[in-house]
Design a protein around this ligand. Structure first.
Ligand code: PBG
Length: 328
């Protein structure tokens, strides 16, 4: 029934009505907060390209995690920055790695927090790539998929042995979800879920993170393993494959430039969908806010809402802690 019978503005007349017909809400339950941790004690060092975010040491992060838990945020994801990097990324799977130490401390202080770990080699390799370097058929260095799987399995097991509640492989190697699932099951960890970074695009929006994690690739780029921004069908296949291999949660990353991928997943698969609102998405808004061009809180809330509206049920976001405060 068209105007004048129908007047869309009727239900926008005041906040009470708007509240009653609001279709989507971000809640604190949806949020996962990323943290960067490095060896040492008493460290809380602000990351220049990510204002309001810090590199922590295990002890200071355990205190921070308590605050996060008190604010009602259910989960965090950990990224490690080792003192020593090598070609094999061996600190990724060392049983006493900075991540393992941190997991143990957090599980002591906050037993109910869901501690997720990012499983990848890029923060741990001296070349900065997400896997072990081999040679491609042209004789040039390239990440070797199957060699990398072994390291990812060891890394996952190290994290879970230390008490991680969930692992999140972000490397984009083929077959890693199935291999990690089987290895966890073999070791008696059949109840540990895997959140797969399934559709992870080679994105300019990771720029600030690479500063934070001190992990820019020293040669080449990540486009032989991360996805091409132009491809939706390929993202569908990545998501479907990861679910077949046993992913409990699938992720799309970055979030804002890929809302169509999130929407496709929400309409077509039945596992929970996570979206990673990455460092560059935050940086744009923070930088504009610092110039007085945009209101950080409103722009952040609108971004996260759009990700939820697109169909994500979990959002990894550097605003998780702020958001918990804003939501009250
Ligand atoms: C790789 C990884 C990256 C991010 C999360 N995991 C960086 C990359 O692929 O270069 C980016 C997160 C962000 O930008 O906030 N382990």
């Amino acid at each position: 029934m068209p105007f004048p019978i129908t007047r869309m503005r009727r239900l926008r007349r005041n906040e009470t009505l708007r509240r009653m017909v609001r279709e989507t809400a971000v809640t604190v339950d949806d949020l996962i907060m990323p943290y960067f941790v490095r060896p040492g004690t008493g460290i809380k060092k602000e990351i220049v390209s990510m204002p309001g975010n810090f590199q922590w040491s295990p002890d200071t992060l355990a205190e921070e995690a308590k605050e996060l838990e008190d604010l009602g945020v259910p989960s965090l994801i950990l990224f490690g920055i080792p003192d020593e990097k090598d070609a094999q990324g061996s600190q990724a799977y060392a049983p006493d790695s900075v991540i393992c130490q941190t997991i143990e401390l957090i599980k002591e202080t906050c037993p109910s927090l869901c501690v997720i770990t990012d499983v990848c080699l890029c923060e741990y390799t001296d070349h900065g790539h997400c896997g072990i370097i081999g040679e491609n058929r042209d004789g040039n260095p390239d990440v070797d998929n199957d060699l990398t799987l072994e390291a990812l399995i060891r890394e996952s097991l190290a994290h879970v042995n230390a008490g991680a509640d969930m692992v999140a492989p972000s490397d984009m190697m083929d077959g890693r979800i199935g291999e990690i699932r089987m290895a966890l099951d073999d070791e008696g960890y059949s109840d540990v879920p895997i959140m797969a970074y399934s559709a992870k695009f080679a994105s300019a929006f990771y720029g600030p993170f690479r500063d934070a994690a001190e992990s820019p690739p020293q040669f080449g780029d990540r486009s032989s393993y991360q996805m091409d921004s132009a491809n939706l069908k390929e993202a569908m296949r990545e998501i479907e494959e990861d679910i077949e291999e046993g992913a409990d949660i699938i992720m799309v990353k970055p979030a804002l430039p890929y809302l169509d991928v999130i929407r496709w997943a929400a309409d077509n698969v039945d596992v929970p969908i996570a979206a990673y609102s990455v460092s560059g998405e935050v940086a744009m808004i923070k930088a504009a806010a610092a110039n007085g061009w945009i209101e950080e809180k409103r722009a952040a809330m609108e971004s996260l809402l759009s990700i939820k509206r697109a169909g994500a049920s979990l959002i990894l976001t550097y605003w998780a802690k702020d958001m918990a405060k804003w939501l009250g």
